[in-house]
Design a protein around this ligand. Structure first.
Ligand code: NAP
Length: 489
């Protein structure tokens, strides 16, 4: 591969993953991709006395699961590969951006999922690279002058042929951000529009057990309540918040403004200093508690038995144990809606490793725990709540895009192996949940249609009624063409 690149007239520096930064002689180096300081030293070494800039980055990490985490779990390998890719882009973003203005600025990110990004019927390999796909799509949105793309390869292709085609990709910018290289040639992903079919009868009933992460508030709760209404299944809700006590009568009828006034009065009466941030925190906590208790009431009104567990879905010792306990208590888990998610939007250059890890692991570690503990033979459906941010990338959301792409590819993998309906729904923005009023205004300005709660919930029920083996990656969004346009937002 390196020989093909050198013969293509490029000055190539080969950087291997190692413990720290050092030159190995010639144009070979080692660096610790998990360590921002190590990459900074690498950058200085590469720049040399003449301040050379890096005009092209080819990321092979996604082709080698074993390099990063020989003994770690799939989720850990995915985190390490994603973090390494994020750190590399963060370190070299200014070089790549300025090189782009002189005709360079190329980023080629390789994965080995078979050339179809995991979608074709064959086994989904190379899941450790899944997160990098979202990072690259986001990078391209944050640096629109660069040419960043994901190239997924069939790793069984003849090595020389593969090398030549990868070099070809470097010089080809036809706007395609996801390219597959297979025996059949160069492939691209295409979204195929399907008309809603209506909801077929669901094989879920009052005796069924459905686990819902993030089910106590947000759009996941709304969707699960609709499922409860249709099936009256037993609902097991999982969230980090502790189950609140019933709200005291004196605040129960107050709206936002009333709650603020009450909190200020309360602080004064207790002789406390009035700290606006503290007042707001307490008001928001009361509102959140109200929503959680309200959700639980809505599940009951819909006819479901409901239980809530204050459990962090990232933790194998508590979430994994809860799943095992449910099998012990009920002998079954029929369905899972995995809606737990957080965002912490910042551009790659401003984002910290901690923030990336937290957003990524909220979705990924928990999905991996589900994959490890669920018993596929008795499972009817498993749905991951993914996002258009994973499908298309989104400026400010490298971590969130990465996490959602992992969900997509894990769903591809499980959907091919499990006798249950497995889907990863790449939702566009809803009229609810994490879409704040500020975001709602922004979406209105650019003309994005939000998903009405009842419409999204009905699409969800349609998806889970589809037979096992149906394509796992689904996009449900208003304004899809705008979402797919990399120049938007
Ligand atoms: N709203 C949208 O427009 C939209 C669009 C695309 C995709 N989605 C996806 O849909 C899902 C729900 O989004 P939303 O808008 O409803 O978000 P939200 O209002 O912020 O709700 C997020 C939910 O996840 C739970 N959660 C977060 N971290 C958790 C953890 N470590 N363990 C267990 N539960 C956890 C939260 O409960 P606690 O705080 O109590 O833990 C909460 O119930 C997310 O996965 C999101 O990515 C939403």
């Amino acid at each position: 591969m390196l020989a093909s690149l050198v013969s293509a007239d490029l000055r190539v520096r080969h950087v291997l993953p190692g413990k720290s930064t050092r030159s190995l002689g010639g144009d070979r180096y080692e660096a610790n991709f998990q360590d921002a300081d190590s990459l900074r030293s690498l950058h200085e070494l590469l720049a040399g006395p003449h301040h050379a800039i890096v005009g092209c980055l080819i990321n092979f990490l996604g082709l080698s699961d074993a390099v990063l985490s020989p003994t770690g779990s799939q989720a850990q390998a995915a985190l390490e590969t994603s973090l390494a890719t994020f750190h590399l882009l963060k370190e070299f973003e200014a070089d790549l951006d300025s090189s782009a203005r002189q005709g360079g600025g190329l980023v080629l990110n390789l994965s080995g999922m078979g050339g179809s990004f995991g979608i074709d019927p064959g086994p989904t390999t190379g899941l450790a690279a899944a997160g990098t796909l979202g990072i690259i799509k986001t990078f391209r949105r944050e640096y629109p002058k660069t040419t960043a793309k994901n190239v997924d390869v069939d790793p069984t292709l003849d090595f020389n042929l593969l090398s030549a085609r990868i070099v070809q990709e470097l010089t080809m910018d036809d706007g395609v951000i996801e390219v597959g290289l297979t025996r059949q040639g160069r492939q691209r992903l295409k979204l195929v529009h399907t008309e809603p079919t209506g909801v077929a009868p669901l094989s879920i009933g009052p005796e069924s057990v459905v686990v819902v992460t993030g089910g106590a508030y947000g759009v996941t709760a709304d969707v699960a309540i609709e499922l409860a209404r249709r099936t009256r299944c037993r609902m097991v809700l999982v969230g980090r918040s502790t189950l609140p006590d019933a709200e005291p009568a004196e605040t129960a009828s107050l709206d936002l403004a009333g709650l603020r006034q009450w909190s200020i009065k309360q602080a004064k009466a207790e002789g406390k200093k009035i700290l606006p941030a503290e007042i707001e925190k307490s008001v928001q906590r009361t509102l959140r508690n109200r929503i959680i208790l309200g959700s639980i009431d809505r599940f009951r009104t819909a006819g479901s038995n409901v239980e809530y567990h204050a459990v962090d879905a990232r933790r194998e010792d508590s979430f994994g144990k809860l799943l095992d306990d449910l099998y012990a208590r009920f002998g079954r888990i029929d369905g899972v809606i995995h809606g737990a998610g957080v965002i912490d939007d910042k551009r790659i250059k401003d984002k910290s490793t901690e923030s990336f890890t937290s957003v990524f692991s909220t979705k990924v570690d928990s999905a991996q725990i589900l994959a490890n503990h669920l018993r596929p033979d008795s499972l009817r459906f498993l749905v991951f709540f993914s996002s258009v941010s994973g499908r298309f990338g989104n400026a400010g959301q490298a971590d969130y895009s990465a996490a959602n792409e992992f969900l997509n590819k894990l769903a591809d993998d499980l959907g091919k192996r499990w006798p249950a309906r497995v889907a990863s729904i790449n939702w566009g923005p809803w009229d609810g949940g994490m879409v704040s009023d500020e975001l709602r205004r922004l979406y209105a300005q650019v003309g994005y249609d939000l998903i009405p709660i009842d419409v999204g919930a009905s699409y969800f029920c349609q998806e889970i009624a589809l037979p096992p083996g149906t394509g796992a990656e689904v996009t449900v969004s208003g304004s899809v063409a705008k979402m797919a346009d990399p120049t938007m937002l």
